[in-house]
Ligand binder design. Structure first.
Ligand SMILES: [Zn+2]
Ligand SMILES: [Zn+2]
Length: 179
């Protein structure tokens, strides 16, 4: 675990590692965020820093959640972005969710074709191996994503099960490892 710094972020005292304080946007942990959750977020937040810089887009702040040990899906969306102000909210720390939101920020589109196309592009720039297809499949939950899949691969995508947040899936994996 990196050394923690006690800092005031958005009017609230919190403990954060240096790497999080060095990001080009302000990271705002949710109320009750535990320091043990920071490492989950590191790869995704550092990816966001690099990807926004390359796309010449600016994020003002990113609010992040901690649902460590949860058994059920959180009852809110995995992500949200306000493109006009550069404010992002992430519940899920998987890279695919961050790239989904980043595609909104870059394209200025909601869930239309421009957004879906940008998602597929971002997956190829910032993900490796099997993670690319997994993230593509997530996007096929939207009609625009299914169109983009068909355009690229010439066939309809397979049906997607109900999405799972990384908190619930990681929790299950951790529980299985303890057995
Ligand atoms: Zn959440
Ligand atoms: Zn979206």
């Amino acid at each position: 675990m990196s050394r923690m710094y006690r800092v005031k972020i958005a009017g609230r005292w919190t403990e954060a590692p240096k790497w999080a304080l060095d990001l080009p946007f302000e990271v705002r942990p949710m109320r009750g965020f535990t320091v043990a959750a920071w490492p989950n977020w590191r790869p995704t937040l550092e990816l966001l820093a690099k990807a926004t810089a390359r796309a010449k887009r600016k994020l003002e702040w990113v609010r992040i959640h901690d649902h460590t040990g949860t058994r059920r899906e959180p009852s809110h969306p995995f992500g949200w972005v306000i493109t006009e102000t550069g404010e992002m909210f992430l519940c899920s720390y998987d890279k695919g969710t961050a790239l989904h939101e980043l595609a909104h920020l870059i394209s200025g589109d909601s869930h239309g074709d421009a957004w879906a196309q940008k998602c597929f592009e971002l997956h190829r720039t910032w993900l490796r191996g099997a993670a690319i297809k997994a993230a593509d499949l997530e996007v096929t939950r939207y009609l625009s994503g299914r169109r983009e899949w068909k355009r690229r691969f010439g066939e309809r995508p397979p049906k997607q099960p109900v999405p799972k947040s990384s908190w619930a899936t990681e929790g299950r994996r951790a529980a299985a490892a303890r057995r």
